[in-house]
Write a protein that binds this ligand. Structure first.
Ligand code: SF4
Ligand code: SF4
Length: 377
């Protein structure tokens, strides 16, 4: 999914405006094999472990409805690529339905948001009611212009827990930038535009009955742009596409969380690029291993990613003590039993937070069926 730098995973309309951090090498995620979905049941021979969750092959992880910022909707309409024709048709249909549509966003109806919140853990990847309206025969019809959640979601991370932390940080940066730019662009095009006042997870009578918002409520948001929403979104895209770096910097500076999220992203990228296990390590007490043939199944950071630790490796890792440097324990095991801990295996155990510092016992709990903060949280 990602290209050769972090910038390649960002829509070009604003990717070009981001700082040098985004010239850092991309984080490839080869374990998320989307053309042969890694979350679909292929049986034990393909590595399935007891207790695994599986997705429906025709839905995969697209049981999520994106919230598209105005300037990306405009980018889609301004993109003449015939391959996006179906995507444009579907987004036009969403706009015509009005539910979830505002000057800043083309998102899901509020009722969908409530259903997603309630059904996320047990329905994600499986419930047809949650399927994305832009999923076309298993393919994304708006791929090039998809938003932050879709661009940063992977079911399994090469870097384990630390990979997940990196992509969550990238999602938070992108979501913050999208929100700031959508607001800025709408106001730049027409300062009279307004967002709906009803909170996203509250339902009106119209929401409950799958009806569009009342005309007066809709007109209070769009004003003279009612019926010209597509034109508005294209104008927002043009504004962002013409933004200078200085304008972008001042918009982002005003969007306070983005600056701190950028710092976090740098930290998480560094943790992946140069993993540095602490000298004191223990087997994470949060693993809750399950006995399987030949070893233990663990899901250290996500219920979607089971790993099997062989009996022998489990015995080795169980030798680690909180007050003895791991290198000392491994040297002793090599001396006494001829057991060698390969450095690359140690790094993998560290990245997956199977081995953790004694004072920081790993993630609070394996994220129950929560895809990267759950495509939307
Ligand atoms: S990211 Fe989605 S489509 Fe790709 S392998 Fe994972 S669940 Fe399947
Ligand atoms: S926008 Fe595309 S990637 Fe995102 S959920 Fe829909 S079909 Fe999947």
């Amino acid at each position: 999914m990602a290209g050769s730098t972090l910038r390649d995973a960002i829509p070009p309309v604003y990717g070009r405006l981001l700082g040098p951090l985004f010239d850092a090498p991309a984080i490839p995620e080869p374990r998320a094999t989307c053309d042969d979905c890694a979350m679909c049941d292929k049986g034990p021979a393909a590595g399935a472990v007891a207790g695994d969750t599986f997705f429906s092959p025709d839905l995969k992880c697209c049981t999520y409805h994106p919230t598209l910022p105005n300037f990306l909707v405009g980018a889609l309409f301004a993109d003449a690529d015939p391959a996006l024709h179906e995507g444009r048709r579907r987004v036009r249909a969403a706009i015509a339905r009005r539910a979830g549509v505002s000057p800043e966003w083309v998102g899901p109806p509020r009722k969908y948001r409530v259903l997603l919140e309630a059904g996320r853990v047990r329905g994600f990847g499986r419930a047809r009611a949650l399927v994305c309206p832009y999923l076309d025969s298993g393919r994304c019809s708006i791929w090039r212009h998809r938003e932050s959640v879709c661009s940063t979601f992977y079911c399994k991370y090469a870097g384990g827990a630390k990979g997940k932390a990196f992509w969550m940080a990238q999602k938070h940066v992108m979501a913050g930038v999208e929100a700031a730019l959508a607001r800025w662009a709408a106001r730049a095009v027409d300062p009279g535009l307004r967002e709906p006042e009803v909170p996203l997870l509250e339902l009106t009578a119209e929401d409950l009955d799958d009806l569009p918002p009342r005309d007066a409520e809709y007109a209070a948001c769009f004003g003279a742009w009612v019926g010209r929403e597509e034109e508005l979104y294209v104008a927002c895209h043009e504004r962002v596409a013409a933004m200078t770096r200085d304008e972008f910097a001042s918009v982002i500076e005003a969007a306070e969380p983005v600056a701190s999220r950028l710092v976090e992203l740098g930290v998480h990228h560094q943790a992946l690029a140069q993993p540095s296990p602490t000298p004191l390590l223990v087997l994470s007490p949060r693993l809750r291993p399950t006995k399987v043939d030949g070893g233990y199944a663990v899901r250290p950071y996500s219920s979607y990613d089971a790993l099997v630790i062989s009996d022998d490796l489990h015995a080795v890792l169980s030798e680690l003590r909180p007050d003895v440097p791991a290198a000392e324990t491994f040297a002793r095991l090599e001396r006494e039993h001829g057991v060698v801990m390969p450095p690359e295996l140690l790094l993998e155990l560290w990245n997956h937070e199977i081995l953790v510092p004694p004072e920081a016992p790993g993630p609070a709990s394996p994220d129950p069926a929560s895809p990267v903060g759950a495509r939307g949280t």
